[in-house]
Write a protein that binds this ligand. Structure first.
Ligand SMILES: [Zn+2]
Ligand SMILES: [Zn+2]
Length: 256
C-alpha cells in the first residue's frame, strides 16, 4: 500500500492510500488535489473517509463522489455531505480489501471519529483528523478537555509503530510549545531538529508514529511529573481545579 499526504490549502493534508489500482482519501477539503493525484498515480477512487464536519475536511466530498462514484464514510453524529455511510465506535469501513475500524474521539468536535487499520506485513495506519497532531492536539471547539484527554489516551494505547496521519502540518509550532513545557526532554529536542530539517526542504513531517508521540507530545504526557510541574508554573490553581491536561490546553491556546 502506498500512503501519500496531498497538501491542500495552507497547511492541510488529504491522505491518500492506494494499492496501485484502488485508492481512498481521508478528509478531502478540496477535490482538485485529489483528482490530480488520482491521475498522477493512475488509480481509481474507491472510498472517502471523513473524520469530522469542518469544511476544510469535507469541502471536496460532493465533487469527488460525483466524479468517481466513491463510497463515503463519516461520523454518525455530525452534519455531513449526504449521502454517506455513518459510522461510530467499533464499526468498520471496508476499502481496498482492508478494514478501517472507527474510534470515537470527541474533543475537537463533538462527534469526531478516527480510523485505524492493521494490514499484515505493514505498520498500522491511523487517520486521526484534527484530534492528534504531531507534538500537539486539536483545539476544543465543541468538546471538553476531559473528552480530549480520554480520546488521546485511547490513541496512545494503539501499537507504537502505528503511522499517525494527522490532517494538518502544525508540527513545528507544536514543538516550539512542547519545548517550552518540557525543555529537558532530549528526544523532543532531537525530533524538533529532524522536523525542522524536513520543513526546510518543504517535506511533510508526517506521518508520525504513536511511539514518537508518546515520547514528545506534551498532551500525551500530561501525567509525567515534569509536565505537571510545568503546568503548575503556568497556572497552579488551574491544575488543582481541572488537571494538568486542561491547563496545558489552556496554556497552548494563548501561547505565541
Ligand atoms: Zn477541524
Ligand atoms: Zn482541520
Amino acid at each position: 500500500m502506498k500512503l501519500i499526504p496531498l497538501p491542500a490549502f495552507d497547511d492541510n493534508y488529504i491522505w491518500m492510500l492506494h494499492d496501485g489500482q484502488r485508492a481512498l482519501v481521508v478528509d478531502p477539503g478540496d477535490a482538485q488535489p485529489v483528482m490530480a493525484a488520482l491521475r498522477h498515480e493512475g488509480v481509481q477512487l474507491q472510498g472517502i473517509l471523513v473524520t469530522h464536519h469542518h469544511p476544510d475536511h469535507t469541502g471536496g466530498v460532493d465533487a469527488l463522489r460525483d466524479a468517481t462514484g466513491a463510497s463515503v464514510f463519516g461520523p454518525a453524529r455530525e452534519p455531513m455531505p449526504e449521502p454517506l455511510q455513518r459510522l461510530s465506535e467499533g464499526e468498520t469501513a471496508q476499502l481496498l480489501g482492508l478494514s478501517f475500524r472507527v474510534l470515537d474521539v470527541p474533543g475537537h468536535t463533538a462527534g469526531h471519529i478516527a480510523y485505524f487499520c492493521e494490514n499484515p506485513g505493514e505498520a498500522p495506519v491511523l487517520f486521526c483528523g484534527d484530534t492528534l497532531f504531531s507534538g500537539g492536539c486539536g483545539r476544543l471547539f465543541e468538546g471538553t478537555a476531559q473528552q480530549m484527554h480520554t480520546s488521546l489516551g485511547r490513541l496512545a494505547a494503539l501499537p507504537g509503530a502505528t503511522r499517525v496521519c494527522c490532517a494538518h502540518e502544525y508540527t513545528l509550532s507544536n514543538l516550539k510549545f512542547a519545548r517550552e513545557v518540557e525543555p529537558d526532554n532530549p528526544r523532543l529536542a532531537a525530533y524538533q531538529a529532524r522536523c525542522q530539517a524536513l520543513r526546510t526542504q518543504n517535506l511533510p513531517t508526517l506521518p508520525s508514529t504513536i511511539d514518537t508521540e508518546r515520547e514528545i507530545n506534551p498532551f500525551m504526557r500530561s501525567e509525567q511529573p515534569t509536565i505537571i510541574a510545568s503546568a503548575r508554573r503556568f497556572d497552579d490553581s488551574g491544575v488543582e481545579a481541572h488537571g494538568a491536561f486542561a491547563t496545558l490546553r489552556q496554556w497552548k491556546n494563548q501561547y505565541r
